[in-house]
Design a protein around this ligand. Structure first.
Ligand code: UDP
Length: 488
């Protein structure tokens, strides 16, 4: 019998141009390459320049003949700050709109494919960019929506229309913040108004409609996608994943992706695993590793608020004083655009400078996975971004959470109340509270937090190992894509 060889499936991956989205989607791209799929990764020109300047990404992907980068202009002027401005909802919307109006025609071109060999089997697009779904629908290319936040946050977004209908959202910042949310199934015994995504605060009903369109509208449009990919694992978010599954056709939880990629690279004899492989959009300062090398085991608090958080000068001073007063070693990432305003009357008192000289180290950007895995790191003061949370879980480092926006408010509640792998400091950063909670993290509550963290960290590693849930789900996803390709 004659066998016709099936065409190699070709996946187009299109992330939202933000660090926390580009990183996991590049990891997914490499996982697809390891399964011998063809991959086109559509990056914005702005981010691609940064990526090639600060990382070995091009070399990293050079060993996969089926991989290529394509770039699209993000539609914003060169001097636009892009992410990192204080009005988050404003720039996010502007960024998506500019990308939509600038990117649609190139996207259409790639999806249609000039040559038969370049035909795209499916589009894996960021869950925030439903404009890409529309283009794919027109081109008759199936869409798989990659939703970067946690399942618990995605589920909260699903619940927002219900919360608006029931009059629970909008709510005011100062009113009833500690009351439980009633119309969030699966979370009603612990989720407070305070823990809802930051955008639910201080809204009037018309901003609420905006909110509904920006978040929930995107989710609902995503529901028409062929399937969903979530960067999480069943042992962590099983009950919430079941709730999401009851609303969508197929959900593939295949995370934590960074660990999953490492595991599969380790299984592959042909590809060498590079320790320095990051997808950083900032220049990494490796001097922090030498600094950590000189510190005792689990003695350092690693402090980072991710790629988007903005601190006021007052908040900066409170964190700084709290860290110094805690008398713990600290490694703090002060990203170039972390602090709002640039007038330098941020005169640190002598005590702060001395304390920092003795026990602190500040850098612009670090190799975070490597830092978290360092034996000297004992705790992570984090903004509860989802990638950071997963990286901390895999490294087994308990967290002190200070969520800034969006999904982070939900994540930090799950970290502290459901998984019990950290403490939640949301809505305050008073220096005494910072000091006390760091001491809770590093001393008083250390043992109990470490016990739960060890358990969950073990489950994370099990899920991405052969036979684990994320490992099997990724195999199913790849089979599904191969099937799409056969069906043409
Ligand atoms: N990160 C890094 N070096 C730093 C700070 C952050 O490599 O100094 C990485 C971190 O490892 C994570 C990403 O930046 O993968 C931040 O993503 P996350 O979802 O945690 O937060 P976001 O930046 O989207 O708010």
């Amino acid at each position: 019998m004659e066998h016709q060889s099936s065409p190699t499936p070709h996946v187009l991956i299109f992330p939202l141009p933000l660090q926390g989205h580009v990183t996991p989607m590049l990891n997914l791209a490499e996982l697809f390459c390891l399964a011998n799929l063809k991959v086109t990764f559509l990056n914005t020109t702005h981010n691609h320049k940064r990526l090639t300047r600060y990382t070995n990404t091009e070399a990293r992907f050079a060993c996969y003949p089926g991989f290529r980068f394509k770039t699209v202009h993000d539609g914003l002027p060169d001097d636009h700050p892009r992410a990192g401005a204080s009005n988050v909802k404003g720039w996010l919307k502007e960024m998506i709109q500019a990308l939509a109006s600038n990117g649609k025609s190139l996207l259409r071109e790639i999806l249609v494919g000039e040559k038969e060999t370049e035909k795209v089997t499916c589009l894996v697009t960021d869950g925030w960019m439903s404009f890409a779904n529309e283009v794919a629908n027109e081109a008759d290319v199936p869409v798989i929506a990659f939703r970067c936040p946690s399942a618990c946050c995605n589920w909260t977004y699903f619940c927002i229309p219900k919360l608006i209908d029931a009059g629970e959202v909008p709510f005011k910042d100062d009113e009833e913040m500690d009351q439980l949310v009633k119309n969030a199934p699966g979370m009603d015994s612990f989720l407070r108004y305070r823990d809802l995504p930051s955008f639910c605060r201080n809204q009037d009903i018309s901003s609420c409609r905006d909110l509904q369109d920006l978040f929930t509208g995107e989710i609902q449009r995503n529901q028409q996608a062929h399937s969903f990919i979530l960067n999480t694992f069943v042992d962590l978010e099983g009950p919430i994943l079941s709730l999401i599954s009851s609303h969508c056709s197929k959900v593939y939880s295949i995370g934590p992706l960074h660990a999953h990629l490492k595991y599969r690279l380790g299984q592959n004899d042909d590809i060498t695993l590079s320790n320095n492989s990051t997808s950083s959009l900032w220049e990494v300062d490796r001097s922090c590793i030498s600094w950590l090398d000189l510190k005792p085991d689990k003695s350092v608090v690693y402090v980072s608020f991710g790629s988007l958080t903005i601190l006021t000068k007052d908040q900066l001073m409170e964190f700084w004083a709290g860290l110094v007063q805690s008398k713990k070693y600290f490694l703090w990432v002060i990203r170039p655009n972390l602090i709002i305003g640039n007038d330098q009357d941020t005169q640190a008192q002598d005590g702060l400078l001395e304390g920092t000289k003795e026990r602190g180290y500040m850098v612009g950007w670090v190799p975070q996975e490597e830092v978290l895995a360092h034996r000297a790191v004992g705790g992570f003061l984090t903004h509860s971004g989802w990638n950071s949370t997963l990286e901390s879980i895999v490294a087994g480092v308990p967290m002190l959470c200070w969520p800034y926006f969006a999904d982070q408010q939900v994540n930090s509640r799950f970290v502290s109340e459901v998984w019990r792998i950290g403490l939640d400091m949301k809505d305050t950063c008073d220096r005494t509270i910072v000091e006390n909670m760091i001491n809770d993290l590093m001393e008083r509550k250390k043992d109990e937090l470490e016990r739960s963290m060890d358990r969950i960290s073990h489950l994370a590693k099990r899920s991405i190992s052969e036979g684990g849930s994320s490992y099997s789900n990724l195999n199913h996803l790849i089979e599904e894509i191969k099937l799409m390709s056969k069906k043409g």
